[in-house]
Design a protein around this ligand. Structure first.
Ligand code: AKG
Ligand code: FE2
Length: 235
């Protein structure tokens, strides 16, 4: 397969959707592992201040840090490596695999950039895998604003209001969604039973490992390692 046109679309739009990228059998197996792990009523992991201010209700899980080796199969998939190389270059680095889980009735995630957009060369690449379909019925659709990976900092403002030009994505089982860390994006409220995505984050060579430590929201910059608001943002 020729990955060049896909990479060109990614660089034009700051995101890319590829349906039927992952094998359905692999999706079913990983979906079961994730659902079993979170169980019926998982606890929120972030501080109350973060949950309130960021308007982001997610519970992260780093399965490979806990030896859940069934997630390694995705790291070894050649098509994913080849597409990533085409976008980031041959020396790209894997950051970590993170499952983000949201319960029914939670708000999803407010508008954000995963990392500060100071340098065009330094960013994380979200490589999102969906093991179950997300649509109007389930809520939790991923929303992106095309081309904003080139526009610098997400402007301060309403963490939730629609932004002109936004595109609502409804990934299916086996869909791969790539989102540049500087692209303005969010997740809509979760109306279905629960909602999660699995993100094999990567980065270009020369990007520091802690690139995703500071996240930019419309009302603040937040540092995860110290669990602190490092900047209040106002219009
Ligand atoms: O779960 C999603 O669809 C997107 C999550 C997100 O914002 C991210 O992985 O950076
Ligand atoms: Fe994000």
């Amino acid at each position: 397969m020729n990955y060049r046109p896909l990479a060109e679309r990614f660089w034009r739009d700051g995101y890319l959707v590829v349906d039927d990228f992952f094998d359905p059998g692999l999706m079913a197996a990983l979906d079961r592992t994730i659902v079993d792990y979170f169980g019926d009523d998982p606890e929120f992991w972030h501080t109350e201040e973060f949950l309130t201010k960021s308007k982001t209700e997610v519970i992260p899980w780093f399965p490979q840090n806990e030896g859940a080796s069934d997630f390694d199969a995705v790291d070894r998939l050649e098509p994913l490596d080849l597409l990533t190389r085409e976008i980031l270059g041959d020396d790209w680095k894997a950051l970590y695999c993170m499952v983000m889980f949201s319960k029914q009735g939670t708000v999803g995630q407010a508008w954000h950039q995963d990392c500060s957009p100071e340098s065009e060369e330094k960013f994380n690449l979200n490589r999102l895998m969906y093991t179950r379909t997300i649509d109007k019925a389930t809520g939790g659709q991923t929303v992106v604003v095309p081309g904003t990976h080139r526009l610098g900092e997400l402007p301060p403002g309403d963490p939730w209001a629609d932004i002109d030009g936004q595109v609502v994505l409804e990934p299916r089982i086996g869909t791969l969604v790539l989102v540049h860390g500087h692209t303005w994006h969010r997740v809509l409220p979760v109306t279905g039973e629960f909602r999660f995505s699995t993100n094999y984050r990567a980065m270009p060579a020369g990007t520091p490992d802690d690139i995703t430590d500071v996240c930019v929201y419309r009302n603040m910059r937040y540092r995860f390692s110290t669990e602190s608001v490092i900047e209040e943002r106002t219009q």
